[in-house]
Ligand binder design. Sequence first.
Ligand SMILES: NC(=O)c1ccc[n+]([C@@H]2O[C@H](COP(=O)([O-])OP(=O)(O)OC[C@H]3O[C@@H](n4cnc5c(N)ncnc54)[C@H](O)[C@@H]3O)[C@@H](O)[C@H]2O)c1
Length: 324
Amino acid sequence: MRVAVTGGAGYIGSVVVEVLLRERHDVLVLDNLCKGHRDAVLESAGFTQIDLRDGTAVARALREFDCEAVIHMAADSLVGESVIDPAKYYGNNMTAGLALLDAMREAGVTRLVFSSTAAVYGEPAKQPIEEDDPTQPTNPYGETKLAFERALRWYASAYGLSSISLRYFNAAGATARNGERHLPETHLIPLVLDVAAGRALSVSVFGMDYPTRDGTCVRDYIHVEDLACAHVLSLAAAATAPGICRAYNLGCGGDGYSVREVIDAAATITARPIPVAVGPRRPGDPAVLVASSDRISRDLGWRPHHQRLDAIIASAWQWMSRAH
Ligand SMILES: NC(=O)c1ccc[n+]([C@@H]2O[C@H](COP(=O)([O-])OP(=O)(O)OC[C@H]3O[C@@H](n4cnc5c(N)ncnc54)[C@H](O)[C@@H]3O)[C@@H](O)[C@H]2O)c1
């Protein structure tokens, strides 16, 4: 298939590109490099530096590539920043997303896989979270992702656009070629590994008094390659009929991992001390956030292959040790 990947120079997008090429798809990356890295994109993929808000240029790029499907990864995705600057999130996650949909219509592209987020659920009443649970985002990041998902429903019935939205929490780990290079970095595993590598003095832990097995928050971590495979698998599902519009959760398949467990596993793998600075709970941080992937497993046969925490952290550490 001829697949365009928006945000394909970013962390997860660059691994989606690796998996697409491995499975012999033709790939065009569309990325404005506001956060991405040109050298993360394999040479055998096409690359166009473009902002999705430039609908005319995006439609032209899709047409010239003879594009059959789009995997939409480009977004702003910092929860805290979204609260301080919601306009940025409505602008990039909604307006730019809608410009992409219009460009796809203009270019006759009718299949989309959308990288959404489990932040659409807000503070869920039960765990693990299932797709039919209430969606009540508590920040503009989750809100704008949900608004885009809702637009997809109307575009499906009116224009026959087929889409699969994937909702997940924390991407983690690395392939031999690509790993996490966010600036600023807000994700726990690279922050912990920065301490192990001597680039930071300690890792902050917000709250040790949660009703969990060790008092720290429990979260889902999915290996980036498992996520990428889910995006590629969803391409085929979106191609089965016009106007399909589904959302699937992606979770690591167990009870999740606590912050303490992540830090301890990282200390073992790196054989370095990882000092901790304990602070108070952050407002709006639920004790446990774990997504159920039963539905995508049943419908599409997706299963994570790298769900062991030590394997995820080891892959990130190996990548980080090579990259620095
Ligand atoms: N990283 C996670 O843990 C996680 C969890 C859930 C969902 N997601 C979603 O997955 C996607 C990718 O996340 P990531 O961690 O790889 O982020 P990232 O910041 O590494 O990648 C995003 C890419 O999109 C590009 N981009 C942003 N706005 C653009 C625009 N207007 N036009 C063109 N390119 C643009 C950036 O340059 C960057 O390369 C995002 O949509 C994010 O919301 C990520």
